[in-house]
Design a protein around this ligand. Structure first.
Ligand SMILES: [Zn+2]
Length: 96
């Protein structure tokens, strides 16, 4: 994720055409693809803490769609699975 962003930044700096109408607001708008839609082998598992950590921040809060890039359908699945994992104490409710 971080690597991709850095790469994008580098690319924009090297692209001389982009300097003419450079808009810093557009730089942040990168089309995200839902990982659950793009990767059919990706199966959400409420017992897999390592997988679910991708969808919560360091405080244990569920990340919003604008961060995860998940589609509405899969974001609902993600929240349900994270909440299920919290209930059986695989994920924390809070890390504070
Ligand atoms: Zn999806």
């Amino acid at each position: 994720m971080a690597d991709k962003k850095q790469h994008n930044k580098k690319y924009n700096n090297n692209n001389k055409n982009a300097d003419d109408d450079f808009n810093p607001r557009l730089k942040k708008m990168r089309k995200k693809v839902c990982i659950l839609c793009s990767d059919k082998s990706f199966v959400l598992d409420y017992k897999n803490a390592e997988q679910l950590k991708k969808f919560v921040n360091d405080k244990g809060k569920i990340l919003p769609r604008r961060t995860t890039g998940a589609c509405a359908k899969h974001q609902r699945d993600i929240t349900a699975v994270v909440k299920r994992a919290r209930h059986i104490a695989i994920l924390p409710y809070s890390n504070e």
